[in-house]
Design a protein around this ligand. Structure first.
Ligand code: F6P
Length: 323
């Protein structure tokens, strides 16, 4: 393989730039031509493809977002869209692809690599950490630390006013950001989609805390929780405890931005380097994860079927500590 393409797809995540940089520089080190594909699969369909040099990726490792830009491309999920994308890659002579994105992006890569003779390597770039086959995803550490910083600040004001706060964090239908940020900020309740909590039990627990004059309570809730988000949960609590001083804070997209943490920059660099090695060694159509600090390769065909699972031990820790 002498010509490769790299793209970022789906929701951006801090560290994507570090991964692109690693792919570009490792590819060039091995004498390859490296092409950047703008706006994810959309750029493949539109032919928005440009040659990158080592210096094209200078001064980006510390930046959030993705300098290649990203998108969620519906057209790529049609046969015609993929055919156009393939023709565009062929025009540039691209023989291998590195796709940095989440599970939706891997699904696209899996379909494409089964249809066409262009091997794909996936790198897990998502703040949600919802991909099985890796202990970490690029961007999760930064996002969760952003959430922690915000939640710590909210606790200061909650404490000053003796208030109950409901803080909604991102994660789509996964609870990892809530779990990690909740544990590390000492949240009194952590609500995640993987472990159903009944509103009645939650309210009973809040009432019990009220009886023992524990008035400052932080509820960290994952956006994918069944209650329909923090606002809905607030309505339930207000109905049962009308006197309760309560505020809602939805952290939203600040969790996706910002300079990547050292951890994210390092795993992105390692994964980007190994993506090129995989293409050279013909270890095709896998996504690269890190398990027990070692590179771990999962075939894309398997990756799209598996879901990351939260261990019982974590749930027990939450139950014991968050009271
Ligand atoms: O997958 C990353 C993520 O930030 C999720 O946590 C969130 O549900 C979603 O993307 C938000 O997507 P958008 O930026 O399109 O609103």
């Amino acid at each position: 393989i002498t010509k490769i393409g790299v793209l970022t797809s789906g929701g951006d995540s801090p560290g994507m730039n570090a991964a692109i940089r690693a792919v570009v520089r490792t590819g060039i080190y091995h004498g390859m031509e490296v092409y950047g594909i703008n706006r994810g699969y959309s750029g493949m369909v539109d032919g928005d493809i440009h040659r990158l040099e080592g210096r094209s990726v200078a001064n980006i490792i510390q930046r959030g977002g993705t300098f290649l830009k990203t998108s969620r491309c519906a057209e790529f999920f049609t046969k015609e869209g993929r055919k156009t994308a393939y023709d565009n890659l062929k025009k540039h002579g691209i023989e291998g692809l590195v796709i940095i994105g989440g599970d939706g992006s891997f699904r696209g890569a899996q379909i494409f690599s089964n249809e066409y003779d262009i091997p794909c390597i996936g790198l897990p770039g998502t703040i949600d950490k919802d991909i099985a086959g890796t202990d970490f995803t690029i961007g999760f550490d930064t996002a969760v630390n952003t959430a922690v910083e915000a939640i710590d600040k909210i606790r200061d004001t909650a404490d000053a006013h003796d208030r109950l706060f409901i803080i909604e964090v991102m994660g789509r239908d996964a609870g990892y950001i809530a779990l990690h940020s909740g544990i590390s900020t000492g949240a009194e309740h952590i609500l995640i989609p993987e472990k159903k909590t009944s509103v009645e039990d939650l309210i009973a627990s809040l009432k019990e805390k009220e009886r023992r004059k524990k008035l400052v309570n932080m509820i960290v809730v994952a956006e994918g929780e069944d209650f329909g988000g923090a606002d809905e949960l607030a309505k339930h609590i207000k109905k049962e405890m009308p006197h309760q001083e309560l505020r809602v804070c939805i952290l939203g997209h600040i969790q996706r931005g910002g300079s990547p943490s050292c951890f994210d920059r390092v795993i992105a660099s390692r994964m980007g380097y190994h993506a090129v090695e995989c293409l050279m060694e013909e270890r095709f159509n896998v996504f690269i994860g890190i398990v027990n600090n070692k590179m771990h390769y999962t075939p894309l065909d398997e990756a799209v079927k598996k879901k990351q699972r939260i261990s019982e031990e974590w749930l027990k820790i939450v139950k014991i500590l968050a009271t």
